[in-house]
Write a protein that binds this ligand. Sequence first.
Ligand SMILES: [Zn+2]
Ligand SMILES: [Zn+2]
Length: 137
Amino acid sequence: MLGHIQKTGEKTVCKSCGAESKPGETFHYVAGYGAVCRKCGLHMIVCDKCGSSVRRFTSTVLRGKTLCLVCYRAERESGEKRVVKERVADSIEQALASSIADTPEGYMLVGLRLKPSSTRTWMAEYEREDIFLSRCS
Ligand SMILES: [Zn+2]
Ligand SMILES: [Zn+2]
């Protein structure tokens, strides 16, 4: 079926085993991880948080951790609403510029202050975007 041949760019490659999708075949998409073929999607993996075995396609990878659906929800709800990053800079302008440039995905910079008892270490505070927005509107 010539009309059904997918363009090379549309081919999905399984993140787990490297298999390519055949025309008409749908791969599971694991958030934070990538597309996996049916076989790998059914593969049992262990949740990094609660240790329960779940099928790959029901998991989510969040900040490098493989989570089952329950843990992912809990993590997102309670999750890190705020993130504090330390950075070394000679001036507040420098600290501010690098803090903005290095904002974690989905977060917004809400504060910057000098670390207590330090003259060059700054604490950049980030708040999760959805919380920041709901607080400001
Ligand atoms: Zn696979
Ligand atoms: Zn779990």
